[in-house]
Write a protein that binds this ligand. Sequence first.
Ligand code: C2E
Ligand code: CA
Ligand code: CA
Length: 569
Amino acid sequence: MELLAAENQRLREDEKMFRLLCETSNSAFIYYNYKEDRLRTIANWDYFFDFSVTDMKDFSKLYDRVEEQYAILLREGLFIENQNRDQESFEIRLKEKGLCVEVEVNIVYDVNRKPTDKIIRFKDVTRVNAQKDELTYMAYYDIMTGLYNRNCFVRILGELLRKADQEKRTVAVMFVDFDDFRRVNDGMGIIAGDEVLQLFGQYLIGLMSDQVIISHFSTDIYCVAIYDPCGARSVETIYRVIRERLKTPFRLMDGQEVTMTVSVGVCEYPEAASGALELINCAEIVMFQAKRQGKDTIQYFDGAILEDFLQTVTIQTKLREVVFEQNFTMYYQPQYYTESERLRGVEALIRWKDDTGDSISPAVFIPIAEKNGTIVPIGNWVIEKSVQTYARWRDAYQYPMILSLNISAVQCKQKDFIESFLHIIEKYHVAAQEIELEITETILIEDFGYISGRLAELRETGVKISLDDFGTGFSSLSYLKGLPIDTLKIDKTFVDTMLTDDNTKIIIESIIYMVKRLGYETIAEGVETQEQFQYLRDLSCDIIQGYYLARPMPAEKIEELLTELMARV
Ligand code: C2E
Ligand code: CA
Ligand code: CA
């Protein structure tokens, strides 16, 4: 008797333990005993369902509670013993409560493979699923805008290209980059910047379709891929609607308004590239061309852009490896007074021979060096080398000359430019009055106030300032007034056509007339013929530089020239 009581006690304890386990498991169970045809629900049944089941017939109530598309799955899944299977699990969604429920069915068989017990577990996986969805979302979409992210875009683009191969269609990629986005980010803060990116992204979502895939590619870059572009999904149409949208400013949460423009580069598969990444890269390179054209514009692929780019990249790499003394030399081109045909001085012009012996024109590599910053050390080398050579000539020949040096904008803007320049000329005992610095108009466009202040400072030391390539930039005579310059160099393009084109004739005549009135000297460069020389002399242009009188030459040739000159005196 006592033994039985103890056994009962142990069973009660066990039951308590099982109940606790079940109740804290976030699940509900159905237990069915085949022999007794008895069905029980256990644990958190009420959490999932608002009805009770007492026998198999009640299962039909379950089917009513799940969203329609899961009904069949549930009906078949609950009776796997019909297929002689042991276990099954699947997910359903409850209609009213909106819960995601994992259903696990287990059947226990006896030795004759007859089912004896069945346990069905319902487990709430709503939260787990939401987290999973979010992870998938983050893997494919850009959280900020809801557009595809970069990885996903590349993958989908790859698929589109394969499809295009099969269906003999094209795929266009538009690389869309906000112009001067930094202006927003730096000027208004990154929150405002993010808001602009978000608002534009949300607008772009509306342009998406099966054939138009759009991604927020990186910070201020969006990529559009168009399958079989034509009609409403042609590049032109999409560009037009984007520009139309950008005509209206973005209104930020704090009420501020921001107007933006974009530069767009376009290329097409298979014309421009053979793979997804290559196509995107190509569109980016083309986009840079749009930026160079003054932004707020679209540029279509053309082979020359790519070639140009490749050349730039090659030169950039070569520039990094250049050994100044070995690869660079200075040439000097004489300048003469028109009236007396006396030597006035020389313009220092850099020459570059790379290791393969190819010479690369400064007109090609200087702009690249300006972009990647190597112009600063190159420019310093030019100054030092030329000033040193010039000092040697002056000491040896005692012939009064002016050394003209080309200075690029980047160089001139360096904080210590004036200081280091003065330091070099001092080192070789050259007076500031013996040097002329040639700067171009473009340098003034960027920051007129700052640069003209700088030039005035330089001019106070005694150096001459010469405005190079005059007429190729914004060519306005009105801004010349009050500019701290001494000399104006009329660009070769005017000299080239002044004898054949009446308009150029008028322009060059008025330039020389005006410039003289302003008190500056004039130099005409690129003078190649006797006729040009004579014509400029008639116009009283002060100084002449050009192949007609002398080509740029190495230092030794200038020495020969000076020896000759001294012999004549
Ligand atoms: P630039 O300052 O306008 O130099 C004049 C260019 O015209 C030189 O080309 C010169 O060789 C060329 N030239 C002179 N007379 C004639 C002529 O009668 N006919 C023709 N067809 N050409 C003539 P180069 O030496 O190729 O230099 C090209 C440009 O590269 C220069 O144009 C200048 O902007 C830049 N550059 C050259 N050396 C330096 C340098 O040391 N520093 C910087 N920052 N730029 C330089
Ligand atoms: Ca020059
Ligand atoms: Ca020039």
